[in-house]
Design a protein around this ligand. Structure first.
Ligand code: GLA
Length: 388
């Protein structure tokens, strides 16, 4: 029989008179609005049921013990050792968060913890944000730091920007923290105004397909896109008055496109961000009007823009979206998250689910030699303590 996580915790760390507490943070899927968050734009994510569970217990000794059921290594670190990055190891995510707390005030004790995640790895479903946010939430609670959830979100994002070295926006950490069951959130990443919108999909279901394609150079290419959009903004800010690229209007971009003569690729990046901002608005509007067909069209348009203008798609992702477009009962499909591999998100009629999985799975395997994984998801709740 499979050992419970609690049993594994006790087997690893032994019994003590301190309570073991359990926390959970989900992964997320972004329904539309990618690469807009770090440009001050709109996004529309929801949380998924898959996520990271963290069992944690305080210790008197000032050391940190970190283990995961997903990886072999166990780390036992002094405060000094916890203050640096370890290659591209997963412990960088909790350590980056820990550093954020310690920078404010040292912790008055240590902890031992065990993580266990079931977010498909490398799927672009924010498994790393789930680790960051569950760690921040747990430390805040364990050491009675009394920071509010938004502060924990910002600390988690900073851990990723400053410690891990990915210049991500705030979408993933925010979604993982604030998600509500059966809702998706329209988040303005500049003002952080957030509107929870009921995800009423009638006979349709959200299905994720993992390409299972290895993501290569995704971090460096991600940072390259961040830089490119900053450069595009430098060109457009003086003539548009916008302080964020997502606030440039399509008309302003059209009027000033000759400014990009020397850098056509920057024009393409700007075209994606400016048009994606409009698409999020329209998609949310369509949802409010129960116009799922329109929502689906916008998903396809978003994918095309990420593929052609933002150039963050891959052959595997394009194959899955193309196959979905030709399958009965599919209203929309697009890559979700950063791209460069990972998952597509699809809007599929419930009566076609079996056919969808079978026919796309087979055709994908034939075309790419890869086998895809399918996950039907319902929007779930953000970070929380589990009282088992
Ligand atoms: C990654 C980043 C997010 C966001 C998406 C693309 O998931 O972590 O901040 O930029 O890519 O929308």
């Amino acid at each position: 029989m499979k050992q419970s996580l609690y049993d594994q915790f006790i087997e690893r760390y032994g019994a003590s008179n301190q309570p073991v507490r359990t926390f959970f943070a989900p992964g997320r899927v972004n329904l539309i609005g990618d690469h807009t968050d770090y440009n001050g734009g709109l996004v529309f994510p929801c949380a998924i049921e898959y996520g990271t569970t963290l069992m944690i217990r305080p210790t008197e000794s000032l050391s940190y013990q970190l283990a995961s059921t997903n990886f072999d290594l166990i780390a036992v670190l002094s405060a000094d050792q916890a203050n640096r990055k370890y290659g591209d190891h997963w412990i960088n995510y909790p350590l980056g968060v820990l550093q954020q707390f310690v920078a404010r005030a040292p912790l008055d004790g240590g902890f031992e913890c065990l993580y266990s995640g079931n977010v498909p790895n490398g799927g672009g479903l924010s498994s790393s944000a789930a680790i960051e946010v569950v760690t921040a939430f747990a430390i805040n609670s364990l050491f009675d730091r009394k920071l509010d959830l938004l502060e924990l979100v910002k600390m988690s994002q900073r851990a990723e920007n400053d410690f891990v070295g990915v210049q991500c926006g705030i979408m993933d950490q925010y979604a993982v923290a604030f998600a509500q069951r059966d809702h998706a959130m329209q988040l303005d990443c500049q003002t952080l105004d957030c509107e929870q919108i009921p995800l009423t999909l009638g006979d349709y279901r959200i299905v994720l397909i993992n390409t299972n394609q290895r993501r290569e150079l995704s971090e460096s290419k991600f940072n390259e896109r961040v830089t490119e959009t900053q450069q595009a903004l430098e060109i457009l800010a003086p003539v548009s008055g916008a302080s964020q690229l997502a606030h440039v209007t399509p008309e302003q971009l059209a009027e000033h496109r000759q400014r990009f003569e020397q850098q056509p690729e920057l024009l393409k990046r700007a075209t994606h961000v400016v048009s994606e901002q409009q698409r999020v608005r329209r998609a949310v509007e369509a949802l409010r009007n129960n116009d799922l067909a329109r929502f689906g069209e916008l998903m396809f348009e978003s994918h095309a823009s990420l593929r052609d203008d933002y150039e963050v798609s891959s052959d595997a992702l394009n194959t899955l979206v193309e196959l979905a477009a030709g399958t009965q009962g599919v209203l929309g499909a697009r890559l979700t998250g950063a791209g460069f591999g990972g998952c597509t998100v699809n809007l599929v009629h419930e009566q076609q689910l079996q056919h969808f999985e079978q026919s796309i799975g087979d055709a994908y395997q034939q075309r790419t030699g890869l086998s895809a994984d399918f996950y039907q998801i319902t929007p779930s709740q953000g970070v929380r303590e589990l009282h088992t």
